[in-house]
Design a protein around this ligand. Structure first.
Ligand SMILES: [Ca+2]
Ligand SMILES: [Ca+2]
Ligand SMILES: [Ca+2]
Length: 558
């Protein structure tokens, strides 16, 4: 149609029923309308066979490593897909065996690759087919997709036999809540700083005070069943449930309050929580999921909380309403694996669900749902002694644009074992730094190591720091951490030459602060608010327009 409401090639029916008046219904009109619709929607004889759908989708990212390929072809108006001509290729290799089936006008091809796709790998697939025209017409479609960058959990991370208490179901939880008006940002870095007591409250210059109510010690809780937290189930909440698991879901999982929330300010905001558990994981591919408002991060590591060694498994960093993130993990061998989940919340609603996905059925199962044999079991207690960990490195690993005068920082935290502060050695760009140049101090459980490289680090230079230390186990465990950072290109920055330095003894160090010279005109400054007009105002001054030949007076109120 000329107004573009009907596209080219589409049939159009106009009809009317002259036997009824305007606005009156006639039973015959329904049949007339139905047949007109059926006629209008029937495929025109010239319509070609088409690709109706592709899975994984064209350009899709984060494709599951165990994804199958699925293609749907649709018959045309007078030509059909010749199912004997269909072939599929994956990365230039024939996709065989290819399962082909036809139902109605739809031909469906499916292929399950014999092995998992590698983490983060890119792939191209091509489907080729012909129609039943004489002569037949051939069609080729190529598309690409990228696989999820999933982690492989090494067998060495599993807890040794007998070191996990199988009578301790659930999770060890620590919850921290900053003051109600803290306005904390939503990202992993904030949550880690808040949980590890190095996020500083600018109002006090000290770490944020924890406003969580209860716990032994304060903020420390046990959650012995499943994680299905929702702030609305806490004191004063609306009781409105959220996420995949609710009282009304099948099976029923009533939402539960967040431990310690609302805190002593009656607030449900600015929360961070750490959940530690030992998951009973089968060998092979496992799919985990977190439903969160706001973000979360899941890691594994032998000595949990070590930022230098942790293995990231899944993450959502940022703000969101209750939403799912699914992530796959390849487990080398069955065992009990240490898992750390951190979760954080800014303002508004707050929730957290931790689940696995039954891969064949796609069903979501809350972790540690002991009523379901398919659910992963979680245990909260282990006698395995945790070594001291690296909790902060500066400049952070792999960061660019670092100030050329940066100091090196490493912060270690004792866990079940403590750092032997006499064992610390630091290498900078492969040179051992003299112990007298390295500052090692210990306060409580935190060992702080700093080193200030002399002078400026070269612009654009890549610098490597290696830190080695031992703990107080008998015999001691040794640890080595290396990280790199890149210095900013400061070559174009203005340089203050050494000759500008004030001669020694010429500055009175008892007179702190600034000297100010103020000048105010009682008329509009010639040249306005642009240099050099203000410089001229200060020296030599403007002529006084009302007193020719005299400099304009300074009218500042002294
Ligand atoms: Ca629970
Ligand atoms: Ca829920
Ligand atoms: Ca929120």
């Amino acid at each position: 149609m000329i107004d573009g409401s009907v596209t080219e090639g589409r049939k159009v029916a106009w009809f009317f029923n002259a036997s009824t008046g305007v606005g009156a219904l006639n039973a015959d009109a329904y049949a007339l309308f139905d047949s007109a619709l059926a006629w209008a929607l029937s495929v025109p004889p010239t319509a070609p066979v088409t690709v109706r759908s592709l899975s994984p989708g064209a350009g899709q990212v984060g494709v599951f490593p165990d994804a199958s390929l699925r293609v749907e072809l649709k018959d045309g108006g007078s030509t059909q897909v010749d199912t004997n001509t269909v072939s599929l290729k994956l990365d230039a290799n024939p996709a065989t065996p290819l399962n082909t089936s036809k139902s109605g006008t739809i031909t469906t091809l499916t292929f399950t690759p014999p092995a998992l796709f590698l983490p983060g790998s890119a792939h191209a697939a091509t489907v080729v087919f012909s129609d039943t025209a004489a002569p037949p017409k051939s069609f080729t479609n190529t598309w690409s997709f990228t696989v999820e960058n999933y982690a492989t959990l090494p067998g060495s991370f599993a807890r040794p036999a007998g070191t996990v208490d199988i009578n301790s179901p659930g999770f060890t939880v620590f919850v921290h809540q900053a003051r109600a008006d803290a306005g904390l940002p939503n990202n992993t870095q904030r949550a880690e700083g808040q949980l590890r007591s190095y996020l500083i409250d600018w109002m006090t210059g000290a770490p944020y005070v924890n406003h969580v109510v209860g716990g032994t010690p304060q903020g420390s809780f046990v959650d012995a069943d499943v994680i299905n937290w929702n702030q609305e189930l806490g004191t004063g909440g609306t009781g409105a449930e959220i996420g995949n698991f609710r009282t009304t879901s099948t099976p029923s999982f009533p939402d539960e309050a967040i431990p310690g929330i609302p805190g002593d300010e009656d607030s449900t905001d600015n929360i961070a929580a750490e959940l530690v558990t030992f998951l009973d994981l089968p060998a092979g591919l496992t799919r985990l999921g977190v439903n969160s408002d706001e973000g979360f991060r899941v890691t594994s590591e032998v000595h949990l909380r070590d930022v230098a060694r942790e293995l990231p498994l899944g993450v959502f960093s940022g703000s969101r309403g209750a939403g799912d993130t699914l992530f796959s993990v390849f487990v080398e061998s069955a065992g009990l694996y240490p898992i750390r989940l951190i979760w954080y919340e800014g303002v508004g609603a707050a929730n957290l669900e931790f689940f696995s996905v039954d891969i064949p059925s796609g069903q979501k199962l809350l972790i540690n749902d002991r009523s379901n044999a398919k659910a992963l079991k979680a245990y909260r207690a282990s006698t395995f002694a945790l070594a001291p960990i690296v909790q902060r490195l500066g400049p952070p690993p792999d960061i660019a644009n670092v100030n050329g005068s940066a100091e090196i920082l490493a912060e270690l935290r004792d866990q079940d074992r403590a750092v032997d502060t006499n064992s610390v050695s630091l290498f900078f760009n492969d040179l051992l730094i003299l112990p007298t140049m390295v500052n090692v101090s210990k306060s409580g459980t935190v060992t702080r190591i700093t080193y200030d490289p002399p002078g400026l680090l070269p612009a654009n230079s890549t610098n490597q720091v290696t830190l080695a230390f031992r703990d107080n186990a008998v015999p001691p465990n040794s640890f080595t951490n290396s990280w790199k950072f890149v210095v900013q290109d400061y070559t174009g920055f203005p340089v203050i030459p050494p000759s500008y330095k004030m001669p020694a003894g010429s500055v009175n160090l008892t007179q702190i602060g600034f000297s100010n010279r103020m000048h105010q005109l009682d008329f509009a400054r010639p040249g306005g608010n642009n240099l050099p007009a203000p410089e001229l105002q200060l020296d030599p001054g403007f002529p006084d327009p009302s007193n020719p030949g005299q400099p304009a007076p300074n009218v500042i109120d002294t």
